[in-house]
Design a protein around this ligand. Structure first.
Ligand code: SF4
Length: 445
């Protein structure tokens, strides 16, 4: 334990996982809008500020732990990256002589000097683990909180959302692979005049500005406040990969009474989660399947690790919402949905919201058809029959009541939504206006 920071930087052997790397898995549900719209517009109502990956570099393999040998930046690039402040020593890792082992997620990457991690964000420089994803988001945007999706957390509010490059998973159906499967150096440029983004925002930013800009934790919180967002969402790729940036920003946001939302695959080591989780108000967690074989094939992840983390979130009192993207031929199995729902009811309770989301062909599964709407309806019926009170269907336009919250007591519609917009809310201080039943969620900032 580092006495100054309180984080786990330890010399020794990892007795919990001496073999090192395990499995992992992930995907983001939100599309990345790459429009370089004016920031002044963002202040007024949600324009997009994002950066597309700039340099071509193919993903090497899928389904196995990737350690990129001798891929750490060196020379002028490394010096420039440090100069920008985009480097930070890792918060949870072991020193194993000159090697290091990251303890943030179950991948537990072991890196020799000069290596780059599976998530592409971490490197070993002379026996010290560093993240390259600090203060350098490649994508940020003001989103409705319903877009995360979170339906029972500050409905109708906007959340300042950001991401860096990199991810701990390798989902075949990743919606945001242009940033999740890239290195920070592929999305950012440390050369040229320094540009730090904080209020007041400039009228507009060019593509090169986007690549150069820094946004440190205090800037993120200041921007969220300036844009009148009651929360910051760490999203699009996966905040577990940019853990140190997320951690520092969450801590500062909590001090300023800005809420924190993690949008994550849930693949994180328990100790790292407990350290970060004390500052997290809500989490949207992807539950990508309900058997290990599918998790491994589809996401290169481990089901049990995610289930353990869901129970940890629950025990910490974090508001969580689950999403299951139904991928044809992989997870469109009624018996699997039944087992999933039964586990959720037993371990997280009947008030646990569960969103079934429609798959659309992309990334490495572009040959598959979209999920049939009939199956999504069947999945929702299974969830309701299992006892879940709040089951939703997402990514389907025009489907009646797909995103409506019903009071579990009087059965009346109390919150109606249409494409990330709350169109009606019959809730009073978190209670149904018709029968006064308490509705699970976080309803006020
Ligand atoms: S966070 Fe990245 S470096 Fe750390 S164990 Fe996970 S994949 Fe490896």
């Amino acid at each position: 334990m580092d006495k100054e920071t309180g984080h786990d930087v330890t010399a020794g052997i990892d007795t919990a996982n001496p073999a090192g790397p395990g499995k992992r898995g992930c995907t983001r549900r939100e599309a990345i809008n790459r429009t370089l719209a004016g920031l002044a517009g963002a202040a007024g109502g949600g324009a997009v500020v994002a950066l597309a990956a700039r340099f071509a570099r193919d993903a090497r393999t899928t389904g196995t732990l990737e350690i990129f040998k001798n891929d750490a930046p060196t020379g002028p690039l490394w010096e420039a990256w440090k100069q920008r402040g985009w480097v930070k020593e890792g918060y949870h890792y072991l020193k194993l002589g000159k090697n290091v082992q990251c303890k943030v997620c179950p991948n537990n990457c072991i890196l020799e000097p000069g290596d780059r991690s599976h998530c592409r964000d971490k490197i070993n420089v002379d026996g010290t683990l560093y993240t390259l994803a600090y203060g350098n988001p490649c994508s940020f945007h003001v989103d409705p909180v319903e877009k995360k999706p979170l339906f029972h957390f500050l409905p109708g509010s906007r959340t300042f959302s950001l991401a860096t490059a990199g991810c701990v998973f390798r989902c075949l159906n990743c919606q945001n692979w242009e940033i999740s499967q890239k290195t920070p150096e592929q999305t950012k440029n440390p050369y040229g005049p320094e540009l730090r983004l904080r209020p007041p925002l400039p009228e507009s930013l060019g593509f090169d500005d986007m690549a150069r800009l820094s946004m440190f934790p205090q800037d993120v919180v200041a921007l969220a406040e300036w844009l009148k967002c009651p929360s910051v969402a760490y999203t699009y790729s996966d905040p577990v990969a940019f853990y140190e940036y997320t951690y520092d920003t969450c801590k500062l946001a909590r001090e300023r009474k800005v809420k924190n939302i993690l949008v994550t695959c849930g693949s994180i080591d328990e100790r790292a989660l407990r350290d970060l989780g004390q500052y997290v108000d809500a989490a949207h967690v992807d539950l990508k399947g309900f058997d290990d074989d599918t998790y491994w094939k589809l996401n290169a992840g481990s089901l049990q690790a995610i289930l353990n983390i869901l129970k940890t979130f629950k025990s910490m009192g974090t508001w969580i919402e689950l999403i299951h993207l139904v991928v044809p031929t992989y997870t469109d199995k009624p018996d699997m949905i039944t087992r999933m729902c039964e586990w959720v009811v037993k371990n997280l309770g009947e008030d646990q919201p569960l969103h079934f989301s429609r798959f659309h062909p992309q990334h490495k599964l572009s040959h598959l058809p979209p999920t049939p709407v009939d199956f999504l309806l069947e999945a929702r019926s299974i969830a309701r029959a299992s006892g879940l009170r709040y089951a939703y269907i997402g990514n389907v336009r025009g489907l009646a009541d797909a995103e409506t919250t019903f009071c579990p007591n009087c059965k009346k519609a109390i919150i109606e939504r249409d494409v990330f917009r709350v169109t009606r809310m019959d809730l009073d201080a978190g209670k149904c206006k018709f029968c006064n039943t308490k509705i699970a969620g976080v309803w006020t900032a």
